[in-house]
Design a protein around this ligand. Structure first.
Ligand code: NAD
Length: 316
């Protein structure tokens, strides 16, 4: 837990999937949390779970709002989790500009607030900074293989720019900032309109609709349960040095076909498996090296089978 136990913790993107899970974890530990979110994607779907806590406050604002520091003036903020960013592969074209401005103008605004408040800062970067990797597993030293003008570039290059900006604040202003490159994570409180593979398969299995698999389903993916991710974020915030960069994810790959079969088995669903053509920009396979975060004492505790069972219990 944070050494600044009396202060308020700021979470940007608090109404999103990871933000809600992180906020709930902190609120249940009696921490004061202020969330900043523009609610565009989630339309306050998760707000009902957070506003039950008297120690939670929401500021409905974009992270790009130049007046945000004034709205945060009443709060003694010593810890900032900067998670806000438009997400989702289907949104790459429709929200590409918003991704780029959130990762540049938005991140700089939050960095300036961190400086003003003398707060520790953690940024949720992504495995997408490695692009279409040519090296397996990806260590934090690997610089990636990214097309700066490709379809995925608003997200990939956006995150890379945020990282560059953060490192300048560390080097120039000695800001206590950390970067976490998150690999696929799943769990409760994801957006209902999310098209990520696990929410989609669960929805399809509960509706007894066909589970749609791109191609033959042999493509491998890794998935980390949200509780293990949250443990990692708290650990990195509290135990790592300024300028620390960490991968966080699961290192246990599963094929999409076996994932579908596992979900059908756990949900006792009779849904068929339906193969559809692979889209042109199907996400690339990535595999994290987790040696750095393991040295901080982190490990994956919840297996995919356990995590899916927990999630399916909540989804019913
Ligand atoms: N979930 C994953 O597997 C994963 C993997 C890699 C990286 N990440 C990163 O973690 C962070 C959180 O991801 P998530 O899965 O919770 O996403 P999410 O889409 O569920 O949540 C993002 C939240 O940010 C808010 N937001 C977007 N733009 C904003 C802006 N300009 N101002 C204020 N709020 C804004 C949205 O309203 C939303 O509530 C993101 O930065 C994402 O890139 C997530």
């Amino acid at each position: 837990m944070s050494i600044h136990s009396d202060s308020t913790i700021l979470i940007t993107g608090a109404l999103g999937f990871i933000g809600t899970n992180l906020a709930l974890r902190l609120l249940k530990n009696n921490k004061k949390v202020v969330g900043v979110d523009n609610q565009e994607k989630t339309k306050s779907q998760n707000l009902q779970y957070l506003e039950k806590f008297s120690n939670f406050t929401l500021i409905s604002s974009s992270i790009e709002n130049p007046q945000l520091h004034k709205l945060l003036k009443p709060y003694s903020i010593k810890t900032i989790y900067h998670l806000a960013c438009p997400t989702g592969v289907p949104n790459l074209i429709t929200q590409g500009l918003e991704m780029l401005s959130a990762c540049s103008i938005g991140t700089q605004n939050i960095l300036d607030i961190a400086l003003e408040k003398k707060a520790s800062f953690l940024f949720s970067s992504s495995s997408e900074v490695y692009g279409n990797p040519e090296k397996f597993p990806q260590t934090e030293e690997y610089t990636g293989n990214v097309d700066p003008i490709g379809i995925r570039s608003p997200y990939e290059e956006g995150k890379r720019f945020s990282e560059a900006l953060i490192m300048q604040y560390v080097r120039k202003y000695n800001l206590d900032a950390k970067i976490v490159r998150i690999f696929n994570t799943y769990g409760p409180y994801y957006s209902k309109t999310d098209l990520r593979v696990i929410p989609l398969f669960i929805e399809q299995s509960l509706k007894e609709a066909g589970l749609t698999i791109h191609g033959d389903g042999s493509q491998a993916r890794t998935f980390l349960y949200i509780d293990d991710l949250i443990e990692g974020l708290l650990l990195i915030m509290n135990q790592s040095q300024p300028g620390g960069v960490f991968n966080l994810g699961s290192e246990k790959p599963i094929s999409v076909l076996n994932l579908a079969k596992m979900i059908l088995e756990i949900s006792s669903s009779k849904s068929p498996i339906v193969h559809v053509p692979r889209p042109e920009h199907d996400p690339k396979t990535r595999l994290p090296s987790l040696e750095k975060i393991k040295k901080l004492g982190w490990q994956e505790n919840i297996s995919l089978k356990q995590g899916l069972s927990l999630l399916l219990k909540k989804a019913h």
